[in-house]
Design a protein around this ligand. Structure first.
Ligand code: 13P
Length: 254
């Protein structure tokens, strides 16, 4: 069985004091968690203090993006080795907000994923359709296209080390969650694709998170489904009690 993975994507939120308070509260609240993986993805300047605040916990650290070059004159970018040096082991790549506001494409996502894997980071690769695409019944072709291009050139041993996050864009920050059935349908489609691109064993190993308005009220229903291997949580990851409930649902179903 794939154990669940709950990741909090803080996006461009929080400050030093607030982030430490949140981690300290959750360290106590989630002490009992043994099976569910819990990952925090704060903005770059907060990575190190968050890492320090989470010592003596099972929590893990992730970044929200990285560049594919090792070093050099790339103002504003960070490298895989920089992330590793502050204790990250995950990195979110290809988030729809990066694709929309910062012109990231399947090609640049692919380069980032390649570098992350080479460096030993576990990429959380985000894919998902817009409302327009869903309404015009293009969900499957969009997902297939993103998955094929984002994973182009990767062998089975690479793909074992990544996490996929299905994030329908129409569900992000809108309060409109995909129903468990809607999410499961796409997750199964993704698993079938992995099986075709690689093999069935691999398709059963790779964890697929759902993301888009996950909260304490819907987490149990979503995470109760065996095809949903976790959640990538935005807004609700900023509130200790809400996030704790989501992790509780993850632990219960791991
Ligand atoms: P919300 O949970 O705020 O909808 O955000 C989801 C998301 O984009 C996580 O990466």
């Amino acid at each position: 069985m794939r154990n669940k993975i709950i990741a909090g994507n803080w996006k461009m939120n929080m400050d030093l004091t607030g982030s430490i308070e949140l981690i300290e509260e959750l360290s106590i609240e989630l002490k009992y968690v043994q099976k569910c993986d819990v990952v925090f993805c704060p903005p770059f300047p907060l990575l190190l203090p968050v890492k320090e605040a989470m010592k003596n916990t099972r929590f893990e650290l992730g970044a929200q993006n990285m560049f594919w070059e090792d070093k050099g004159a790339y103002t504003g970018e960070v490298s895989a080795n920089m992330l590793l040096s502050v204790g990250c082991n995950y990195v979110i790549l290809g988030h729809s907000e990066r694709r929309k506001y910062f012109n990231e494409t399947n090609e640049t996502v692919n380069k980032r994923v390649q570098k992350a894997l080479l460096a030993g980071l576990k990429p959380i690769v985000c894919i998902g359709e817009t409302l327009e695409e869903r309404e015009s019944e293009q969900t499957r072709s969009v997902i297939e296209n993103q998955l094929k291009y984002d994973l182009q050139g990767f062998c089975r041993d690479d793909v074992v080390n990544l996490i996929l996050a299905y994030e329908p864009i129409w569900a992000i920050g809108t309060g409109k969650t995909a129903t468990p059935d809607q999410a499961v349908e796409v997750h199964q489609f993704i698993r079938d694709l992995l099986s075709k691109l690689y093999d069935e064993e691999l398709a059963q190993i790779v964890r697929i998170q759902y993301g888009g308005s996950v909260n304490n009220a819907n987490a149990r229903d979503l995470l109760g489904r065996s095809d949903i291997d976790g959640a990538l949580v935005g807004g609700a990851s900023l509130k200790a009690q809400q996030f704790a409930k989501i992790v509780e649902a993850g632990e219960l179903n791991s």
